[in-house]
Design a protein around this ligand. Structure first.
Ligand code: AMP
Ligand code: FE
Ligand code: FE
Ligand code: ZN
Length: 282
């Protein structure tokens, strides 16, 4: 059986593996295909694509877009996107500004709470990556405020906790439209673990979502079955991935949690069909 992993974070967002380390690990674990899906960033796509293809590993250019509306927050994956698309880069630019703004504000709150924090402290940890709460969490570990990342979220950074700060994000319909405008397929990320997302899948279908991520380490068997059934009902694709963040969240799942490679082939087939339809209609 051949396997792939369609959900991997690199050092371009909040993963700890570089593109080189991702591809080396994928090769060691005999994966046939991978996709890097950094939060609001495509910065690692080209390098990983080059390395993967040199290693004979199939590669899908991708992104994981953070979205939000009055009903909550959802992540939308975009696959086979054109990383040079203008609508996509405009959206990414806005997200990066919102991310920076949030880190500045969070650092003020943390300082008021007695944990001296500056934007620069966090920026040093993030480097070139799309800066986010995991980098703030690492700073809190560094100054001894918490023992680990999970404690940083549980005590301070998660929604409803004292250092949670609102961050602007596009609504899901906008994210789906931008992914389509960039020629990609929009897939609902881990709907079985994001609070309130399963019941909203039919709304995402109306918005034009192309599929759901069904196979995911923290999905219950029931959630997985429900997601697959709903995808079949609407003739949508299903995907799967480890959501590997390197060693940031404990054990790296890349190569350990595996998805059938056949799903990557089906995903690309669906993407090609879309391209053909667009060509016929234009
Ligand atoms: P941000 O994009 O800055 O809002 O950070 C979101 C990222 O933080 C997610 O993609 C996860 O990697 C991580 N994260 C979110 N909530 C938690 C949590 N409760 N515990 C650990 N990591 C979390
Ligand atoms: Fe993350
Ligand atoms: Fe996610
Ligand atoms: Zn992810």
């Amino acid at each position: 059986m051949k396997y792939c992993d369609l959900h991997i974070h690199s050092t371009a967002s909040d993963g700890t593996f570089t593109p080189k380390q991702i591809v080396e690990r994928a090769r060691n674990f005999h994966l046939s295909g991978i996709a890097v899906t950094d939060h609001d960033s495509i910065a690692a796509v080209e390098e990983t694509a080059d390395l993967a293809l040199k290693s004979g590993i199939d590669f899908a250019p991708a992104i994981e877009i953070s979205t939000g509306d009055l009903d909550g927050r959802m992540h939308i994956l975009g696959y086979y996107i054109d990383i040079y698309n203008r609508d996509l880069s405009d959206l990414i630019d806005k997200q990066i500004l919102a991310r920076k703004d949030r880190v500045v504000k969070t650092c003020k709150v943390l300082t008021d709470l007695g944990f001296p924090s500056t934007y620069d402290d966090v920026a040093k940890i993030a480097g070139d990556a799309a800066i986010g709460r995991p980098h703030i969490a690492e700073h809190l570990v560094n100054i001894g405020a918490v023992k680990n990342l999970l404690e940083a979220f549980a005590r301070y950074l998660a929604g409803g906790r004292p250092a949670y700060v609102y961050k602007w994000a596009p609504t899901p319909d906008v994210a789906i439209d931008v992914i389509h405008s960039a020629g990609g397929l929009a897939i609902a990320a881990h709907p079985g673990v994001t609070e309130g997302m399963l019941p909203r899948l039919p709304i995402l279908v109306e918005m034009g979502i192309d599929g759901f991520e069904a196979y995911y380490p923290r999905h219950s068997h029931e959630a997985q079955e429900e997601i697959v059934a709903l995808a079949e009902k609407h003739d949508l694709v299903v995907t799967g991935g480890s959501d590997c963040h390197g060693i940031r969240r404990g054990d790296p799942l890349l190569g350990v949690f595996k998805t059938r490679y056949e799903l990557m082939i089906k995903l690309r087939e669906r993407w090609k069909q879309g391209k053909l339809r667009t060509a016929v209609n234009s």
